[in-house]
Design a protein around this ligand. Structure first.
Ligand SMILES: [Zn+2]
Ligand SMILES: [Zn+2]
Length: 118
């Protein structure tokens, strides 16, 4: 792979934000990955803080990782139950959103968990 800015130079890695090849001169080593100079430094930095946050949350409470989605699903179901008389009412819609968000979180967590074990 060649550097995106210098076609004659061999890249040492690629930017985590845009995946462009970077030579030592163009790359910024952020400790956990490379970024091209400029706005992508901040993007790559925020990626890693999100990853760190997720890792900490999961390792701090391995048995509670399903708590948030289950809570969301339960809340959503309750809202929908209370709002059932007024179909398409605010309560019913909010319940639906909660439920969908909970299911989404649950699915995403399961995927993350499965990847880690594999
Ligand atoms: Zn970049
Ligand atoms: Zn370069």
């Amino acid at each position: 792979m060649r550097c995106f800015n210098h076609q004659d130079r061999e890249a040492v890695g690629s930017c985590k934000a845009c995946a462009k090849g970077l030579c030592p001169e163009c790359a910024v080593d952020l400790g956990h990955g490379l970024s091209c100079k400029g706005p992508h430094e901040e993007i790559v930095e925020s990626y890693s803080s999100i990853l760190k946050f997720n890792a900490r949350t999961v390792s701090a409470a391995p048995r509670n990782i399903y708590f948030a989605p289950v809570f969301c699903i339960a809340m959503g179901a309750m809202f929908m139950w209370f709002g059932r008389d007024e179909y398409r009412g605010l309560l019913f819609i909010m319940g639906g959103l909660f439920l969908a968000y909970g299911v989404f979180m649950f699915a995403r967590m399961r995927a993350t968990y499965a990847r880690k074990r594999a």
